[in-house]
Design a protein around this ligand. Structure first.
Ligand code: SF4
Length: 361
């Protein structure tokens, strides 16, 4: 058994395994089993090693909680409206110039806040058949406006290097596809999987590969995770980050600033900080939008521009992402000026102080 197979075999998937490993108390077994009957569980050895107590920021992301069985009004099995924009199985075409290509329904770990939690995991949707894969490629070929294909799922880096190389070559062979982007949790959840073979599989003539790394707490960027990211960047693959704002995980200014700085230290450009989607049973992990905006203001005052992600919300119903960060610009009369009656720009600096800027004459 190679190292990757050993990691897969050692991944904890059953409630009893979580209890036996000390990641959950025995008294929680009944509740864990109720959650497991509805949602997938997977905790890799790398992630298990980071969990120090049942309520720490890593445990909150991966160890099931009975609160997941409580659904709030507005929560929805398809919170970002993938289905409404799926012209053929596997493809989500929401914006003109890009599509999501959902190849697999499995992940290295199952995040308790996942916005596709009703679709990922064993027993949920099935992987694309060869025929469905062909129809998805035909769709991309027929739509010349598609410049970027985003491989997501599930986690596309769960595919073998050989299969990934075939898929990326198929996409790069389409003239108008210039960018192939992969969204993944693997560099932090199972860094050994980012092998030289896998890295080589991601590079292709004819298209540029980008990788978006999902991590939510600075402790996830362990030495092994950093080395995995470095293997990708050293091969010329640019990395961006994706994080979800999560209560009790990263909803404090210090942790969020440390997370963004850690990304930049790993040559990962902070890209998105997602407001929690309305996935069923995830209210206990969501913050308010006001809290998110206050955190973004605090980030602006604490860390460099390189470390600033966009705070975004996927509008329920499939209407796409909208930036929901704080606004620093408004209009006002400038007091004491000879232009008292003239509307001027009013700008808030990183300390919260207000300044005026004249309109264009
Ligand atoms: S890795 Fe991504 S798709 Fe998989 S469970 Fe986590 S958030 Fe969902």
């Amino acid at each position: 058994m190679n190292k990757i197979d050993r990691q897969l075999a050692a991944t904890l998937r059953q409630p009893a395994e979580l209890v036996e490993s000390g990641l959950a108390p025995a008294s929680a077994l009944g509740d864990l089993e109720k959650v497991a009957a509805r949602y997938a569980i997977a905790v890799t050895p790398d992630i298990a090693a980071l969990i120090e107590d049942p309520d720490d920021p890593i445990a909150r992301q991966f160890i099931p909680n009975v609160a997941e069985l409580i659904e709030q009004p507005g929560e929805n099995a398809d919170p970002i409206g993938d289905d409404a924009h799926s012209p053929v199985p596997g493809i989500v075409h929401r914006y003109p110039d890009r599509v999501l290509f959902k190849l697999v329904h499995v992940c290295a770990v199952y995040c308790r806040f996942c916005f596709r939690r009703e679709m990922v995991g064993p027993g949920k949707a099935t992987a694309l058949s060869d025929a469905a894969y062909g129809r998805a490629l035909d769709y991309i070929r027929a739509h010349r406006e598609i410049w970027e294909v985003i491989l997501t799922g599930g986690d596309p880096l769960m595919l073998s290097p050989r299969r990934l190389a075939e898929i990326i070559a198929d996409l790069a062979a389409i003239d108008h596809v210039k960018i192939v982007r992969l969204h993944t949790r693997v560099p932090v959840a199972d860094p050994a999987r980012i092998s030289p073979e896998l890295v080589a599989a991601l590079r292709v003539e004819g298209a540029t590969t980008w990788v978006a790394v999902h991590a939510n707490h600075p402790r996830e960027l362990t030495g092994d995770a950093r080395a995995a990211c470095a293997r990708l960047v050293d091969a010329g693959i640019p990395l961006v980050s994706q994080s979800v704002l999560l209560r009790g995980v990263n909803d404090d200014a210090e942790t969020l600033a440390a997370l963004m700085r850690t990304f930049v230290e790993c040559r990962i450009k902070p890209y998105y900080l997602h407001h929690g989607d309305l996935a069923p049973g995830t209210a206990h992990l969501r913050t308010t939008i006001e809290a998110g905006q206050a955190l973004m203001r605090s980030l602006r005052g604490r860390v460099s521009g390189l470390c600033q992600p966009d705070y975004v919300l996927d509008i329920p119903g499939g209407h796409g992402k909208a930036p929901i960060g704080p606004n620093y610009l408004s209009h006002a009369n400038s007091p004491g000026s000879e232009l008292d009656q003239q509307i001027r720009y009013c700008i808030i600096d990183y300390c919260g102080d207000v300044h005026f800027y004249p309109p264009k004459a």
